[in-house]
Design a protein around this ligand. Structure first.
Ligand code: FES
Length: 104
């Protein structure tokens, strides 16, 4: 195997591993969710990740493109494909603590 092919294979394998195993949190910052509370939920999530040292372990996506007729149920947050509605900062923290329990 040439060095180029080997490097490419390693990159593909690493990307595949990360996309499979990395937890993903999507916080909607469309205008409705943002004004209903996701502006604060972004801060809560970022602080949580920082305090737990999870910045590189979790794919935290701040997205404005989630709207699919769900704005009225916002603020909406999606964790590993599961959507949560009416997420205030307390619920956001509960979701994060449940998904990422403290070790030990
Ligand atoms: S603004 Fe978040 S679902 Fe529409």
């Amino acid at each position: 195997m040439t060095e180029d092919v080997k490097n490419k294979a390693e990159r593909v394998e690493t990307a595949a591993r990360q996309s499979i195993s990395k937890p993903k949190i999507v916080i909607c910052i469309g205008s409705s969710c943002f004004s209903r509370g996701n502006s604060k939920n972004v801060e809560v999530a970022e602080k949580f990740m920082q305090e737990r040292g999870l910045e590189d372990e979790v794919d935290l996506e701040i997205s404005g493109g989630l709207c699919a007729g769900k704005c009225a149920d916002g603020p909406n947050v999606i964790v590993d494909g599961q959507i949560f509605h009416h997420v205030d900062t307390g619920v956001m923290l509960d979701i994060l603590n449940q998904r990422f329990p403290k070790a030990g």
